[in-house]
Design a protein around this ligand. Structure first.
Ligand SMILES: Cc1cc2nc3c(=O)[nH]c(=O)nc-3n(C[C@H](O)[C@H](O)[C@H](O)COP(=O)(O)OP(=O)(O)OC[C@H]3O[C@@H](n4cnc5c(N)ncnc54)[C@H](O)[C@@H]3O)c2cc1C
Length: 479
């Protein structure tokens, strides 16, 4: 009898989960059981602890998954601490003869997986790892000279030009062959204290989100039916609901990119014809955004320090301004006196999400107008976003800062006033998150002069990028 141990990580789903499917097949072939584990690893070196908003998501996602696993007569073991120690213990206590997991791509995570694989193999177990969360494994996409890509457009072209089709998603196993007795000990999820208390700031998250695999699929269907045709033109307008809002579901692997691509491919020909060019363009753009996620992971795989080190090392010499003078706190709070920035930061704080256009503008404001190190912004997003993602967050921050791969050039400084005029013309978004505050006498004047700080930033960034030797004008702070 061979038991199968499945280690879930960023793949909290039953459908299209190759590791789970293979483990079930293994148990069926050998008459054994399947033991599923999730380890909240906040102890292994280099593994970045979750932020507050992702902890909230994880709690609800695991609650949801646990219920579904139980209904399929499965066993889920929850553990917290160093994954190596727990896996060693579980390998011993479950009498497993094979271990299954879906791959992850961060440097510390891969090192840990390699250690566990070596341990399990030495203990005589089979180990099986699978491609589950990326359409294109980062090491398979290479430039003509064999190097990783650093520019999105040729990267994505190369991905789409691959001869092999994107594989079909797998269905969920119909039964999970859990242990009937003698299961190894499992933590009670509540003891992990992932939900905020004192204060409980999660009401806005609960009103906006419903973590879990089924919701992810409902959202995808709803998006395809009602939003995809206007995605290409509407995705930049934060006051309208034109995007999929799938990012936290993708972050936790409640849905896979394979399922997304196949759901789009399954749009009936008649619907495509009646959707016309708008739908065709919506599909192209949406697939490309999922492609940006692939690209971010490609970068993370090849540059594991993406969240800490400037991709472009010329920026290592940049002198960031001191964040302790209160300006970073005002950015956090959404009291900068610049309405689009404040609305965005309040959306983030209240709901754990911020529209992509506003993420770009608030990030640009922090880095380019306030000259605050992009890593401090990345950390705040890491803590407050429900979709905080090791690859997407770091790559996007570097992109906005101008030091990333395929970066927005350093001279692109988003003007939040013009961005608001263009993308929130009816004030709907700003009003939603600022309400009467914007016209209240207590609403502060702008923290900084947008024109002067832009000039200042251009000079400073031109200096590091070696393009000119413009002397930096003094920062003009408006109190
Ligand atoms: C400063 C900054 C920080 C960001 N941090 C994150 C983050 O931590 N996690 C995260 O998932 N996204 C991040 N993004 C990318 C993007 O803003 C979000 O993915 C998007 O807003 C999520 O909304 P959606 O699911 O409705 O997106 P849609 O427009 O419906 O796109 C579908 C999916 O494609 C992916 N995607 C879309 N845009 C991007 C992008 N620019 N880069 C990479 N993947 C993308 C996401 O997985 C998204 O769910 C960040 C962007 C910026 C500018």
């Amino acid at each position: 009898m061979g038991n199968a141990l499945v280690w879930l990580r960023d793949d909290l789903r039953l459908e299209d989960n190759p590791a789970l499917t293979a483990a079930v097949e293994h148990a069926e072939a050998s008459g054994g059981h399947v033991i599923i584990t999730y380890i909240l690893d906040d102890a292994s070196p280099g593994i970045r602890p979750l932020g507050g908003a992702t902890k909230w998501w994880l709690h609800h996602s695991l609650t949801n998954l646990h219920g579904r696993i139980r209904r399929l007569e499965g066993t889920l073991i929850l553990r917290r601490g160093a994954a190596f120690d727990h896996m060693r213990e579980l390998i011993r206590d479950t009498m497993a003869d094979a271990v299954f997991w879906n791959r992850r791509y961060g440097g510390a995570e891969r090192a840990l997986d390699a250690d566990i694989k070596a341990y399990a193999s030495a203990a005589g177990l089979q180990t099986h790892s699978f491609q589950a969360n990326l359409l294109f494994e980062p090491w398979t996409i290479r430039t003509g000279s064999g190097t990783p890509y650093t520019v999105f457009t040729p990267f994505w072209k190369s991905c789409l030009g691959r001869p092999e089709p994107v594989r079909q998603p797998l269905s969920a196993p119909s039964t999970l062959h859990g242990l009937t007795d003698d299961a190894p000990r499992s933590d009670a999820l509540e003891t992990w204290e992932l939900l905020p208390t004192n204060p409980d700031w999660s009401l806005g998250l609960a009103l906006r989100w419903r973590p879990g695999e089924l919701t992810a699929h409902e959202k995808l269907s709803h998006f395809i039916e009602t939003r995809l045709h206007r995605y290409a033109t509407g995705r930049d307008f934060p006051g309208e609901n034109n995007t999929s809002e799938l990012s936290p579901h993708l972050r936790f692997g409640e849905i896979s990119p394979f399922q997304i691509f196949h759901a789009i491919d399954a749009i009936p020909a008649a619907a495509r014809t009646s959707g016309g060019d708008d739908l065709t363009e919506g599909i192209r753009r949406f697939r490309a955004e999922v492609g940006w996620r692939e690209f971010s992971y490609h970068l993370l795989f090849h540059w594991p320090d993406l969240a800490r080190r400037n991709f472009d090392s010329r920026f290592d010499n940049f002198t960031w301004s001191d964040p302790r003078d209160g300006r970073l706190a005002r950015w956090h709070e959404g009291t900068t006196g610049v309405p689009l920035i404040d609305a965005g930061m309040r959306e983030l704080w209240q709901t754990g999400y911020m529209h992509n256009r506003v993420r770009m503008v608030t990030a640009s404001f922090l880095v380019k107008n306030l000259l605050i190190d992009w890593r401090l912004g990345e950390e705040w997003f890491w803590d407050t976003l429900v979709d905080a993602d090791a690859a997407n967050n770091a790559a996007s921050w570097q992109w906005v800062a101008g030091c990333g791969a395929d970066a927005a050039p350093y001279f692109r400084v988003f003007n939040p006033m013009l961005q608001a005029e263009k993308f929130d013309p009816d004030n709907r978004y700003r009003h939603r998150y600022l309400g009467a505050y914007e016209s209240d006498p207590t609403y502060p004047p702008p923290l900084i002069d947008l024109g002067d700080s832009r000039t200042n930033a251009l000079a400073a960034f031109a200096e590091v990028s070696g393009k000119s030797k413009i002397v930096r004008p003094p920062v003009s702070l408006i109190p």
